[in-house]
Design a protein around this ligand. Structure first.
Ligand code: WTA
Length: 626
């Protein structure tokens, strides 16, 4: 089978037009495309278009076309946070009715094709309905993770000019309540452009409703029809925006399209996981991340699969919860993050062994490099040595898997193995020269693929500058990788100023901006540090304003400050007060040195002779935290 994979891959590169037009048959088109990719990464002629003359509707592809053959198949299983509460199940027919009702509510509230609708939701079925309802009427959804702060939410809404937000009263996670509606109220104080708030009642917790602005979903949905015709959309019409952290400035609104993205989500889902109906597929991500978009909602539903949505966290109320859910719903494929595995691994094998897991056929990971110990534990203990592991490398920008095993690809612990169809990875040195054979370098992709992002919302120039300028003619991933003698890829991590905390991307610049907003802070520099569960932790160097006393109370206050400004995932793990930061004579902070100190690699600081004041380093080393 690996040979047939190799042959198919070769064909996808040699005859891209016929390959991709054949693949496009996976989708139901209102108008079948006659053209595949049309693109150039060169600055003077920069454009990326796929299936340009095709017309389709994403929600019809995820729902309507399955109705005749599998209307009574379960589309979504919902497992609540509380293990004592009842799971919910929605057949494709029921999903159709729910999504149509949701879409009709959006229409009745004035949402139109092309409008940006923000979704700030807990992991409840309505979150999936909301996405599909937007797709049905051609509105562009922008999901903001429920763990982000009011500030972060307001910033994202303002950036894409989103006046409409869908939320819930509260969310539930690990037995705790997460106030979502209250956060929107706060965000409305920051971004006055919020015109309507559609609120799903999830917990029944108390919220204040502002007349004229806030609408209860259940009231609005009471009178609407359960039928809503899908809007015909051009393949290149945007399906969604998803904000992600970069190495500079504020988060970028990554734009994905209707045709190319859906094809990519559907094809990678079917191929990487070798999905076989009527298996249950479980991706443990939150819908607020791209993994949730592609592998809870769009990929599985486009394939007519049964997708499990979990409201809770893997280790609550006990470390066995994740495996109990696998048994309860007879999950065949489990797709999770290395950070979750590392934290569960710490609890030992007993919670795992107390469950059966005999339904598991395949295991998947995503989000960060998986260390071989975690890989082996996943394989030997969780999978009883029976289930292959697919370690899938991809990004928000790529829409879906890029380098990944298929179920029958021979694997090596820690390697994402081989490129997916149509993907042409290359490794470049720092000057942009291609490196051949077994080597290590900057991972770039040499040609366009259907699922790739089409732009940064509202900033065409930033799209080109971020991904196509450093190394002309190719897409720059921001990751480093090694290629071994078998042509297998091993992702080594980010080569830019993005850190990966528990599989979530965090721009160091974002955390720095939050820190310097604090009135006691003069300057801040943030780098990643090794963390045994999170993969990377956040290490912040902070220079205080003169006259401010560094102490533990202030350290705590600064951590809380960042938590409030961005969200809990951005909370620094270590804060070191630094009278000065290492700078070159031109004033540029030497992050390389800060990284080494945070990593504890004091002996390997390298050349410090270009520093304006080399003594700064001695102080930093002496007062290292942790
Ligand atoms: C990292 C998540 C190693 C990588 C889908 C990438 C990985 C960033 C893997 C994207 C993997 C993701 N092995 N590293 N299997 N998967 N990454 O946009 O650094 O949240 O650039 O997308 O996560 O994170 P994002």
């Amino acid at each position: 089978m690996t040979d047939s994979r190799g042959a198919q891959h070769q064909r996808s590169l040699d005859e891209p037009d016929s390959f991709w037009l054949e693949q496009a048959d996976r989708l139901d088109w209102i108008e079948t495309p006659t053209r595949a990719g049309d693109w150039s990464f060169e600055e003077q002629d920069f454009h990326i278009r796929w299936f340009e003359d095709g017309v389709l509707n994403v929600s019809a592809n995820c729902i309507d076309r399955h109705l005749a053959s599998r209307g009574d198949t379960i589309a979504i299983i919902w497992e609540p946070d509380d293990p004592q509460a009842e799971p919910l199940r929605f057949t494709y027919r029921e999903l159709h009715a729910e999504v149509c009702r949701f879409a009709n509510v959006l229409k009745a509230e004035g949402v139109k094709k092309g409008d940006r609708v923000t979704v700030y939701m807990p992991m409840i079925p309505e979150a999936a309905f909301a996405l599909l309802a937007c797709a049905r009427i051609g509105a562009i959804h922008s999901v903001v993770f429920g763990g982000f702060s009011a500030d972060a939410l307001a910033g994202r809404m303002a950036d894409c000019g989103s006046a409409f937000v869908i939320t819930a009263d509260e969310g539930r996670r690990g037995g705790k309540r997460v106030p979502l509606k209250a956060c929107i109220d706060e965000a409305a104080g920051i971004f006055p452009g919020i015109e309507k708030v559609l609120v799903v009642r999830a917990t029944g917790g108390a919220v204040t409703m502002q007349p004229g602005r806030d609408i209860w979903y259940h009231e609005a949905a009471a009178g609407v029809s359960a039928d809503c015709p899908p809007e015909p959309m051009k393949a290149e019409d945007p399906l969604f925006i998803l904000y992600t952290s970069g190495s500079t400035g504020k988060p970028k609104g990554v734009v994905h399209t209707s045709g190319g993205y859906l094809l990519w989500a559907s094809l990678t889902f079917a191929t990487t996981f070798g999905y076989r109906a009527p298996e249950v597929f479980w991706c443990t991500a939150d819908i607020g991340w791209v993994t949730g978009h592609s592998y809870i909602v769009y990929g599985p539903l486009a394939c007519g699969a049964t997708t499990l949505m979990f409201e809770g966290v893997p280790n609550w109320p006990t470390p066995a919860r994740i495996w109990q859910v696998v048994d309860r719903h007879r999950v065949a494929t489990l797709y999770t993050a290395p950070t979750a595995l590392r934290s569960l691994m710490k609890e030992g094998d007993d919670p795992v062994k107390a469950t059966s897991r005999d339904s598991l056929r395949l295991l998947g990971t995503v989000g960060e490099p998986i260390n071989p110990e975690a890989w082996r534990w996943y394989h030997d203990v969780v999978g009883d040595g029976r289930s292959p592991i697919v370690d899938t490398w991809w990004q928000t920008e790529t829409g879906g898997h890029m380098i990944t095993p298929f179920p029958d690809t021979p694997t090596k612990p820690g390697s994402a193995t081989l490129p997916f169809y149509g993907v042409e990875p290359r490794l470049l040195d720092g000057d942009g020269h291609e490196l051949h054979g077994a080597t290590e370098g900057n991972l770039v992709i040499a040609r366009a693929w259907p699922g790739m992002m089409r732009g940064v919302w509202g900033d065409e120039q930033r799209f080109f500058d971020t991904y196509f300028r450093t190394f002309p003619g190719v897409y720059t991933t921001g990751d480093g990788a090694r290629r071994d003698e078998d042509g297998y890829y091993w992702i080594t991590g980010r080569v830019d100023d993005v850190i990966n905390v528990s599989g979530h991307r965090m721009g160091t610049a974002e955390v720095e901006s939050a820190l310097v907003l604090h009135h006691d802070v003069a300057e801040a520099a943030v780098v990643g540090m090794p963390h045994d569960v999170k993969g990377q932790g956040i290490y912040a160097y902070v220079t205080l304003n003169s006259g401010i006393e560094p102490n533990d109370a202030l350290r705590k206050a600064l951590r809380d400050w960042v938590r409030r400004e961005i969200g809990p995932i951005a909370t620094p793990d270590a804060v070191q007060f630094a009278p000065g930061l290492p700078k070159t004579r031109s004033g540029k902070i030497m992050r390389r040195i800060l990284r080494k100190i945070a990593e504890g690699e004091i002996a390997a600081l390298g050349d410090t002779s270009t520093l304006a004041d080399p003594a700064v380093v001695d102080d930093l080393v002496k007062n290292r935290v942790g």
